[in-house]
Write a protein that binds this ligand. Sequence first.
Ligand SMILES: [Zn+2]
Length: 137
Amino acid sequence: MHAPMRTCVGCRAVRPQAELLRTRILLADDGEQVLVVPDEYVRTCSKRHGLSASGRSAYVCPARACLERAARRGGFARAFARKTPAVDPAALWRAHEEALAGKIDLLNRSGGTAAAARVQRLAAVATAMRAAVGRVS
Ligand SMILES: [Zn+2]
């Protein structure tokens, strides 16, 4: 009905949240160690590294160009409202691809109609990512 809308930190386009890649930031208590990860990795990464997730998220279109622009122009630091280590756009892109594939796989195995609807939504994002790879400028 009323889909939540978010702004891409790369191109500033406002799109439904479900169509965007969500990136989070994990922090050590002293603020020294910082990890930038796909939202899907927050739980495992925070446990593994003893970091806590900031409440803030950065959203980008499923387009490599948007992610690269965000990394280059400080879009992540702005979204996280703090100094952020240099984000490697290629690595983050790959992490998002893997996270998405993993989530789809998990949902497929869990089954059910709610899962099927989510899989459809996530598959659309994955398709957009694959289509976008050729358009890197
Ligand atoms: Zn964008």
